[in-house]
Design a protein around this ligand. Structure first.
Ligand code: SF4
Ligand code: F3S
Length: 106
């Protein structure tokens, strides 16, 4: 499955959800995750993400590995999102800031 990682937090552009044929994205207040049980590994979403936050499970950077389990866990309770919504007003200023996990709202 594909995995959403740290740089999505507080950017949440949602461009990714528009291309997903499997309705695999689930949303929380300031982050999206991919449900590994839904993702069919089509590889369409990574290139759509302006924050470059999506990786194939095997390619997740070493310091982001916890996001594999986090995506699976949060997808159990967060609702599916299939339509693009406006990004937060301050999304651009958060793009590239490390360790945004500290600001994750569950
Ligand atoms: Fe959806 Fe394909 Fe991305 Fe999986 S890889 S989340 S199926 S767009
Ligand atoms: Fe997040 Fe990128 Fe989608 S910022 S919401 S993974 S387009």
């Amino acid at each position: 499955a594909f995995v959403v990682t740290d740089n999505c937090i507080q950017c949440k552009y949602t461009d990714c959800v528009a291309v997903c044929p499997a309705d695999a994205f689930h949303q929380g207040p300031n982050f999206l995750v991919i449900n590994p049980d839904s993702c069919i590994d089509c590889d369409l979403c990574p290139v759509e993400c302006p924050a470059e936050a999506i990786y194939q499970e095997d390619d997740v950077p070493e310091d982001q590995k916890d996001f594999i389990e986090l995506n699976a866990e949060l997808a159990k309770t967060w609702p599916v999102i299939t339509e693009v919504i406006p990004a937060p007003a301050d999304a651009e200023q958060w793009d590239g800031i490390p360790n945004k996990i500290e600001n994750l709202i569950i």
